[in-house]
Design a protein around this ligand. Sequence first.
Ligand code: 5GP
Ligand code: MN
Length: 318
Amino acid sequence: MKINSDIIDTIKKSKCIALFCHTKPDGDALGSSCAMKYVLEKIGKECDIYCESKIPEHYCYISNYKCIKQTNDKNKKYDLAIALDCSDKKRMGECAKLFDKIPFSIKIDHHKTNEQFANLNQVEIVSSTCEVLYYVINQLGVELDDNIATCLYIGLASDTGCFMHDNTTSNTHEIASKLLEYNIDINKIHYYEFKRRTRAQLELLHICLGNLSFALDDKVAFIHLKLTDFEKTGAEQSDTLGFVNYISNVDTTKVAVMLSEEKPNLFAVSFRTNGTVDVSKIAETFGGGGHKMAAGAKIFGGITTVKKKITDVCKDFV
Ligand code: 5GP
Ligand code: MN
């Protein structure tokens, strides 16, 4: 993969860099941001990561995740902004305001649906932002180390569903193989990323699966959570990560939909498919986006209305 040399030159000549990852960050967003922070600090840059959301504790295996900031409380001046894994500017949430104030910007991303909102944009349709970043780091001439390799591995593993989705290529495996030459605790990563459950999370899952419903001859499956369910269980929004996977492999189902109420009557929607439908197109009709097999959007309305709106759109796809 050839990285735009202007991106490499710009990074090299910048001094103070702000990195941006999307709200409700996943392993790829956090992995790419934290890897980039290690890389930039290795070449003498000052660097902070911004994310609107509180970072869930289960990312404790990323050693620098605690220094991620939500606001620029010291009004620090940055000469370069880099957005990682953010398909569009909205994905940065409130942090987009800081992004806009910084005089020059770069976007590094892998989303099929994307907005080229930065001065320089490197978007490659590969497994993960971490896969693109691997080449950026290479072209910057920075040597990998245990920390950087760990962060990049998290991004590859999480966006490929542990190398099971069809965005996994021989290149993805080749990079993973190079990363595994470093000291990566894959047991710990896989435990926190794919296996660990808290009691609150299981109780939330119990409620969520209790709301299972189908539409369009079982071609569309829904599960949902309301704000009150989070209050009842003491679980957080980030605890819903992976819930949609429980319904994405029902044999009759082409589109699986998980709705999670984030604010009164505002639902974060996750779309998944078994591969027969491009769910990024469904998400786009609601102002969202993502990938062919996994996409998302935010939709306003009561639960019945939101499910009806989605069903109406799905009629054209399933
Ligand atoms: P998830 O369902 O796991 O939150 O997200 C699946 C994919 O859809 C990810 O690639 C994510 O970046 C994208 N995605 C999720 N929510 C949104 C959204 O509101 N807008 C856009 N553009 N993409 C989203
Ligand atoms: Mn990603």
